[in-house]
Design a protein. Sequence first.
Length: 214
Amino acid sequence: MVNFNFQIIIKNKKYSLTNNLVLNFYYFTMKLRILPLLLFTITFCKAQISEKVKMLAKPLDTIQYAESSHIGIGGERSKLYDDFRKLAKIATNNELFYLAKNGSNSLRLYSGKELFKRNDKRFLEIYQYYHDNPLFMKYIDGCMGKEDNIANHLMDEMYAAKEIISIRDSISKEKTDNFTKAQLKTINNEGYETLKIKNVEYFLNKIKNIDSGK
C-alpha cells in the first residue's frame, strides 16, 4: 500500500494528513465542489415545468398508455385525451419537450405528438431518442389497441396527419353549413389548425434519414 504524508497549514500550525485522512479530506473537498452543481441541476429540473402545467399533468402522470380522441365501438370521448388537451392549451413547447422525455408513457407520446402538430423541429430529436432507445407502450385508436415503440406511434401520427390536413383544407374552402364548421372546429381543437402538408413532408423526409442511419 502506498503511504501518503501530506501537510497542511492552518493558522500557522502544520497538520499531517496520512492515508485515510488524506482520502477523507479529498472526498470532502470534492463534495464541496459538486454541491453547487447538484443544487443548480435540481433547481433547473424543477424550473422545467410551471406549477399550472404540473397540476394539469397530474392525472396523466402515472398512466402508461394513451388513447385517441374517440374510443370504443360507440366512439365516446376519451377522458385521457381530453385531459391532455387541457394541458396542451397552456403548455409551452419547452414544457412539452421536457414531458416528451421525462413524463409517464402517456405524457411522452401525447407531448411528442403535440410538438409535431406545432411544427417544432425538436420533434425530430424526440423521434431519434425513441428510435435509439425503444420504449413500448399501448395506444388505443378508436376500438383498436396497438402495443408498439413510441417512435412507431409517432410515425403513425405523421401519416394520419396528412389525411386530417387534407380534410381540413378541403372543408375550409366550403365551410358554409353548421356540419362542416363543426368538423373544422374539431380538427382545429385537436391541434391541427396551422400544420401544413409541406411540414409533414419535411418531417417524413428527415425521419427516413434517421431510420436509414444517415
